[in-house]
Write a protein that binds this ligand. Structure first.
Ligand code: GRF
Length: 200
């Protein structure tokens, strides 16, 4: 069974959505460990409550390379096959990314390459886009940049605020992150240049 290491910093709703889909038999994987760089993350408490192995690995004040070596060691200790970033608010070092080639995924709340970085939903709303959305992508050495696995579009309505829009995007995030895992774990796939080619 494919072993996942979930890495998060915050509330953990994407992690919980994935955990639910695994439990319901829709994603053939198991969560080996949940790691947070923020000790107070709600996602970490939720992981403990649900009985997952959950580690607090505080990053505050630590050198990036040194932190990432510790993070890698913790993931290896739990024999993780895939690293699943779920609201991890820290940039990964090149060394970490190279340690798990084509095995790190992230979800970003915009239709990349539009609006990388923080507060993507607010950026999109303020820009006045009519279609927003979210992206599951492989992680490479540039921020919010690697090959795209799945995207979902969300229409912006006249009555929306950045918050209502973010809420509808989040619902789609919860759907496509598990869907991306299911597809990657159940059918052949390959990466050609930047294109992720998913099997039929
Ligand atoms: C999500 O919007 C995700 O796209 C972004 O960070 C947020 C994490 O939310 N990378 P949660 O912690 O999964 O609830």
């Amino acid at each position: 069974m494919t072993r996942l290491g979930i890495v998060l910093s915050g509330r953990g709703s994407n992690f919980l959505a994935i955990a639910d889909q695994i439990e319901q038999g829709r994603v053939p994987a198991e969560i080996a460990v949940v790691i947070s760089n923020r000790p107070g993350a709600a996602g970490l408490a939720a992981a403990r409550e649900r009985g997952f192995t959950a580690l607090s690995l505080p990053s505050r004040g630590m050198d990036r390379e040194e932190y990432d070596r510790r993070l890698e060691a913790a993931l290896r200790e739990h024999e993780v096959d895939w690293v699943i970033l779920a609201g991890y608010l820290r940039i990964l070092s090149a060394g970490f990314i190279r340690a798990f080639p084509q095995r790190i995924l992230n979800i970003h709340p915009s239709l990349l390459p539009a609006f990388p970085g923080l507060d993507a939903q607010h950026q999109a709303f303020a820009y006045g886009v009519k279609v927003a959305g979210c992206t599951v992508h492989f992680v490479d050495e540039e921020l919010d940049h690697g090959p795209i696995v799945l995207q979902a579009a969300v229409a912006v309505e006249d009555g929306d605020s950045a918050e209502t829009l973010a809420g509808r995007i989040l619902t789609e995030e919860h759907r496509i992150y598990s869907e991306a895992l299911r597809r990657l774990f159940t059918r052949p796939w390959r990466i050609e240049e930047r294109r992720v080619v998913l099997g039929q």
